[in-house]
Write a protein that binds this ligand. Sequence first.
Ligand code: ATP
Ligand code: MG
Length: 180
Amino acid sequence: MKLKTLEISGFKSFANRTKIEFMPGITGVVGPNGSGKSNIIESIRWVMGETSAKGLRGDKMADVIFGGTNTRAPLNRAEVSITFDNTDHYLNSEYSEIRITRTLYRSGESKYQINGQTVRLRDVHELFMDSGLGRESFSIISQGRVESIFSAKPIERRSIIEDVAGVYKYKQNKEQAEKE
Ligand code: ATP
Ligand code: MG
């Protein structure tokens, strides 16, 4: 499974439709402070079903819609599409290419699509379940999160590592079995 493209339109500082094509290997994004690097990552979290506005540095979800600048009027719609190459069927889907689109209007109207078909948020979450991706996973570590991991107590840090290693669910099963 590979990230192929990301299309951002009307999301945060990306007023114009912007398409990023990911080449094989590691991709780095560089730019001055405030140029929108974190907004790119947030657009990925958003399209993958992030439901917390706070987690996207906003108060309400409509804050992700381009809010205008001195020279440009606000927009009414934010839309992000992400496309994965799924030829290895790593994601739980029969499709070998998966394109997820999320759209939000200022009116509050919102929509998720998988390969052009309107779906529920739950379907998006299910697609990423057990994949190590998705909104709750450690596949995306934000600037603030790095600090919180470093300053965590050893026992908290251990639970983070166990979660990443997939040990957590076995521990829970063990505790459950011991109770029974
Ligand atoms: P740093 O290097 O400091 O981490 P960055 O490249 O990660 O910077 P971002 O945090 O992605 O920068 O971008 C911040 C910019 O996005 C700010 O200029 C902010 O005004 C703009 N921005 C955020 N939300 C919106 C919005 N809804 N509409 C328009 N601009 C927005
Ligand atoms: Mg940043």
